[in-house]
Design a protein around this ligand. Structure first.
Ligand SMILES: [Zn+2]
Length: 81
């Protein structure tokens, strides 16, 4: 191994946003992550939407408004041919 060009390889504590934590090895002592094998949908089998930019919430609001419009339209009698 060439000297002075390799970063130090040390134990690193990985902390996930779901509360899970484990120790691995890396060149930094601590790593913070948003998703891990404990909470990723691939491993849990449940659907989970990571709504970091509130896009999903905004979609649901927009969809509710759209549904109201559709319902209002359907209450009127349809013109017969
Ligand atoms: Zn996690």
């Amino acid at each position: 191994m060439k000297e002075s060009i390799h970063p130090e390889y040390m134990p690193a504590r990985v902390t996930c946003a779901c509360g899970n934590a484990f120790v691995t090895r890396a060149t930094v002592p601590a790593i913070r992550i948003d998703i891990c094998s404990n909470c990723h949908p691939f491993f849990t089998g449940k659907q989970k939407i990571v709504d970091t930019e509130r896009r999903v919430e905004r979609f649901h609001q927009r969809y509710k408004r759209y549904q109201k419009q559709v319902n209002a339209r359907q209450e009127k009698p349809r013109p017969s041919r």
